[in-house]
Design a protein around this ligand. Structure first.
Ligand code: TRP
Length: 453
């Protein structure tokens, strides 16, 4: 019989760094910059920040409440809190499914970051090369992306089997400060490049005419994705929070760290891109894998060792950020399998790693061998991204808001947010208003707007 005893995180700083580790990831350094590039720069960032404040933070707190109150994994938390309304449990099940799907395709890009770290450590990006061809050749290769994806999954696996405190918390406490340090160094390097002013203008001067339905949906999807909100990822982490953790403050800190890292990633990437004539900001998903390698050797051509260090640090940064996110996705699924089927944590982790790796193989090959396999015109990789970030997360976020705002006993919500009256939370009523009305209506209207476009 598996030991189902639950542990908690050891400290408040551990709680914040683990949650921030989940939030900060490819979403900040890969997805955010390319969406910003495609969707018009500062205007997109402005909409994004509004979404973080009024959708992201309230839903994150709701996930914290559900997780800490139920002390259960996402898949079972709703059954604990709403025993008489079993339909809610499907929100949790959708979350567990989303964890598998996201990890499946996220692991592919995670693998790319590993490959690029290896490549930059060998000085590949210092040469005058065709990096578009390099990227295309790599992602469509019949086995290399698969190999790196599997390696990344194994790395994640090793941390997960060590447990919540020794694995997740310990790693986050080492990796998050490193990540913050690296990104600050990179910002300074990037801002000293000749084209920096144009990059800053792009990031800071909004052009409101750029805001349309696509920008709104992109910004909302990105909010959920980047903050790890909408499928119970942070709900699972919150089930390991101590009783004295301040949920509002934790959510605020995580949101602040997450948004700061995303914007800083913009400050690294755009000045660099603008400093090289002919490179375009709207390169899409290839931005950090194609455009940046060009920057490394063109912008730092005179002092190659700076380019070498810059590129190595950048991809190492991506690996660190990605790893703290993959472990959080893995934990959602592992905690569910472990507690639902009463198998040991180690065995649950093996199941999750295997399933995600298989899914990952299909996603990885969808850039090469399987590029002709299309569902609704999308490759398997794009399908996973679309279904999770654009549909499941906003829908999950809406249901989580409705569950906490309308269904859950107000007393429970109050007790969790104030730690049974110990904390003074002056804007509690406003918070409930956001959950009951603002979040569900905003999400629904952006959806509907998208359907009838
Ligand atoms: N937030 C992470 C990122 O920005 C990815 C991630 C981790 C995630 N857990 C999640 C996304 C849960 C959605 C849901 O890269």
């Amino acid at each position: 019989m598996a030991n189902l005893e639950r542990t908690n995180f050891g400290s408040k700083i551990g709680i914040i760094l683990a949650s921030a580790g989940s939030a900060v990831g490819l979403g900040n350094i890969w997805r955010f910059p390319y969406l910003t590039g495609e969707d018009g720069g500062a205007a997109f960032i402005l909409v994004y920040v509004i979404c973080v404040l009024f959708l992201g933070i309230p839903v994150m707190v709701a996930e914290f409440i559900i997780g800490r109150r139920s002390r259960a994994n996402t898949g079972q938390a709703y059954a604990v809190l709403a025993p008489s309304a079993p339909a809610w449990k499907w929100v949790g099940m959708m979350g567990v499914l989303a964890a598998f799907l996201i990890l499946g395709y996220y692991g592919v890009v995670a693998g790319w970051t590993l490959e690029y770290t290896v490549a930059s450590s060998m000085g590949v990006f210092l040469n005058d090369g065709d990096y578009t061809a390099f990227f295309n050749a790599f992602v469509s290769h019949p086995w290399r992306p698969v190999l790196y994806m599997v390696l990344f999954m194994l790395l994640t696996h090793v941390i997960i089997v060590r447990g919540v405190k020794e694995g997740i918390e310990r790693c986050s406490k080492v990796m998050m400060p490193m990540l913050l340090l690296i990104i600050c160094v990179l910002v300074v390097c990037s801002l000293s490049l000749p084209g920096a002013a144009d990059g800053l203008k792009f990031l800071l001067q909004p052009d409101f005419s750029k805001i349309d339905g696509k920008v709104l949906l992109d910004a909302m999807g990105q909010t959920f994705f980047s903050m790890s909100v909408g499928m119970g990822c942070l709900c699972t982490y919150a089930s390991y929070f101590t009783n004295d953790a301040n949920l509002m403050k934790t959510a605020g800190s995580v949101a602040l760290i997450d948004t700061t890292v995303a914007v800083l990633a913009g400050f690294v990437i755009f000045p660099a891109v603008f400093s090289v004539p002919g490179l375009s900001v709207d390169a899409g998903p290839g931005l950090v894998f194609v455009t940046l390698p060009n920057v490394f050797h063109l912008a730092f051509g005179d002092v190659p060792w700076v380019g070498y260090i810059f590129s190595l640090m950048f991809y190492l940064l991506l690996v660190l950020a990605t790893l703290t996110s993959t472990i959080s996705l893995h934990e959602v699924a592992t905690a569910y399998v472990h507690e639902r089927f009463r198998v040991t944590r180690r065995r649950a982790a093996v199941v999750v790693t295997s399933v995600c790796a298989v899914l990952g193989v299909f996603c990885a090959l969808s850039f090469g061998l399987l590029s002709d396999v299309r569902v609704f015109g999308l490759t398997l990789f794009d399908l996973c991204d679309f279904v999770t970030a654009k549909l499941m997360l906003p829908l999950g976020g809406m249901l989580i808001a409705v569950f906490t705002g309308w269904y859950l006993d107000r007393r429970i919500v109050y007790d969790e947010v104030t730690n049974c009256g110990k904390l003074r939370i002056p804007f509690f009523k406003f918070y409930i208003f956001l959950l009951k009305f603002v979040a569900p209506i905003a999400i629904a209207s952006i959806f509907i707007n998208e359907l009838f476009r």
